[in-house]
Design a protein around this ligand. Structure first.
Ligand SMILES: *[C@@H]1O[C@H](CO)[C@@H](O)[C@H](O)[C@H]1NC(C)=O
Ligand SMILES: *[C@@H]1O[C@H](CO)[C@@H](O)[C@H](O)[C@H]1NC(C)=O
Ligand SMILES: *[C@@H]1O[C@H](CO)[C@@H](O)[C@H](O)[C@H]1NC(C)=O
Ligand SMILES: *[C@@H]1O[C@H](CO)[C@@H](O)[C@H](O)[C@H]1NC(C)=O
Length: 485
């Protein structure tokens, strides 16, 4: 009897599993970035992707450890070229050939990496870059496309450029009045014509959260997919959410350039969980639930009623990202830095209240925290140390309306000291602050404000590029100082 019951259960499980697989949302992937002090090892991340049945991933570089881990998995990969390589790729075709040889051809062996796209640059026309990449992006794209073609890869993969949605805009918020931003228009037209001639897709990052962040008066419901916002009529279509309106603004902008059917990929879309009053796990859950449902329905947008292709941003939190755009920048992950999920998300789009599968086999540093030494602290003199700890650590979860924004003064300082200490890999010298800090084995977490323990990160190469990146930033700051003197 027991055996029979077991068998029935098994059959049930098999049917369930088959149904689940069949109804998985098609066409979505995730962004996997690594601007972190302690990146999770690629093998752990790839296991997480598989456990969550995610089979498309977008990278920001072509780090060999990541690529080798993806080899043989069949996972569809968009591999990235960082902006700082654009100039050399634009200047000399040989450099583009070398890039393709080392970062694409090397993985095209049997059991290699299933590369579908090569992303040339990342949001290179952001206005914050002051046009730094305006001259180099298109020539770099042409050289990479040519090198891919010469190496015989263009039947398997396509080059593209992930753009921020600010490269186009519209008067009166009407999609039908969309067009490319005037300062980038000429270059954008060159690019989209080249895309058109070579059958390459347009990639754009769309962030409803930023609409809310940048405009106090933005109607909150319009950022989500529940259709509860007031709808905007436009040329026979109705827009009840900013994503549709934004996407169709691009469709109209392309139409104005004479291009009707260019494939569009959403390179990034997501919602952060800390660092701003609208950046909360609750709203992130609401956003993703609506998005996954939309993707599962495969109905696209009013102007393009077809299946959308999107990459969620992002898979993991990155604690070393620049916070120039805002403190929320380090909290875009569906998972925390250590691969633990932050909110419910059903990747099948059925809206079940389920939690994504966490990382397995993560090793943590020792269970110890750095906190204020109440006997020696002088609150009048702590400001420079606090600033130092926040600058080199990460205090962004204390900003906005976050889990850690309601700490008292002493807890605030302890939080900053601990983040610095953890990011420095629990180096004892990082928990001193002229004798005002001490190490404790007692969990320093305050209520819902988690005082984290960092993880063991086996990725020495990542550490090197991180340290290099830091020196680069310090160098820039120094140059800035010299310039002001
Ligand atoms: C290949 O990609 C890596 C990682 O992005 C980069 O550091 C390297 O310079 C690239 N190789 C070439 C030959 O450009
Ligand atoms: C862009 O220009 C602004 C204002 O001139 C300046 O503050 C900023 O540092 C510049 N950014 C870059 C990346 O050059
Ligand atoms: C704690 O730090 C946050 C972020 O820097 C700040 O906004 C808040 O006022 C501080 N709280 C206290 C009680 O000092
Ligand atoms: C510290 O306490 C918090 C809240 O109870 C808990 O979530 C966290 O896992 C604890 N940390 C460690 C390292 O035990």
């Amino acid at each position: 009897m027991a055996g029979r019951a077991m068998m029935l259960v098994n059959v049930g499980t098999v049917i369930m599993t088959t149904l689940t697989l069949a109804s998985l949302v098609r066409g979505f992937g995730v962004n996997w970035g690594n601007i972190a002090s302690h990146p999770l090892n690629p093998d752990i991340v790839v296991r997480m992707l598989k456990d969550n049945k995610i089979n498309k991933v977008k990278l920001f570089d072509a780090h060999s450890w990541t690529m080798n881990t993806l080899a043989g998995t069949g996972m569809e990969v968009m591999v990235g070229i960082p902006n700082n390589l654009l100039e050399s790729l634009a200047e000399d075709y040989e450099n583009a050939k070398d890039w393709v040889k080392e970062n694409v051809t090397a993985y095209m062996r049997k059991g290699g990496v299933n590369i579908k796209y090569v992303a040339v640059g990342n949001e290179p026309f952001l206005s914050a870059y002051n046009g730094s990449f305006l001259e180099t992006t298109f020539p770099a794209l042409k050289n990479i496309h040519k090198a891919l073609k010469e190496a015989g890869h263009t039947d398997k993969m396509k080059a593209t450029i992930p753009q921020n949605a600010e490269v186009y805009q519209s008067a009166n918020d009407k999609p039908s009045e969309g067009d490319f931003r005037s300062d980038v228009k000429k270059t954008m037209l060159d690019i989209v014509n080249f895309f058109h001639d070579n059958d390459l897709p347009f990639t754009v990052n769309i962030y409803p959260f930023l609409s809310l962040y940048l405009n106090e008066h933005f109607p909150v419901e319009f950022a989500f997919f529940d259709g509860k916002g007031e709808s905007i009529p436009d040329k026979g279509k109705n827009y009840d959410n900013v994503f549709d309106a934004n996407y169709d603004t691009l469709v109209y902008s392309l139409k104005k350039a004479g291009i009707k059917d260019m494939k569009i990929i959403i390179g990034e879309i997501g919602w952060p969980t800390d660092g701003h009053k609208h950046a909360t796990p609750k709203l992130a859950e609401k956003f993703y639930a609506g998005l996954m449902k939309r993707l599962a329905e495969e109905e696209g947008t009013p102007l393009r009623p077809e299946r959308l292709e999107v990459y969620l941003f992002g898979f993991l939190d990155e604690d070393m990202k620049s916070i120039m755009p805002g403190p929320f920048e380090r909290h875009w992950g569906i998972f925390r830095y250590d691969g633990t999920p932050k909110f419910m998300l059903d990747f099948t789009g059925k809206g079940r209240k389920i939690v994504p599968v966490a990382a397995k086999g993560v090793k943590y540093l020792d269970k110890q925290w750095c906190i204020v030494n109440k006997d020696t602290i002088n609150l009048d003199k702590v400001a420079p140390d606090l600033e130092y700890a926040c600058y080199h650590g990460d205090c962004t979860a204390m900003k906005g309306d976050s889990r850690c924004s309601k700490l008292d003064r002493i807890q605030n300082i302890s939080y900053a000291f601990n983040m610095y200490y953890q990011i420095q890999g629990q180096d004892v010298r990082a928990c001193d602050f002229k004798g005002t800090a001490r190490i404790t084995k007692d969990n320093a977490t305050v209520g819902s404000c988690l005082f984290p323990i960092q993880i063991v990160s086996g990725s020495d190469d990542f550490r090197i590029s991180f340290v290099f990146g830091r020196f680069f930033v310090v160098g820039l700051v120094l140059l800035g100082l010299i310039a002001t003197i």
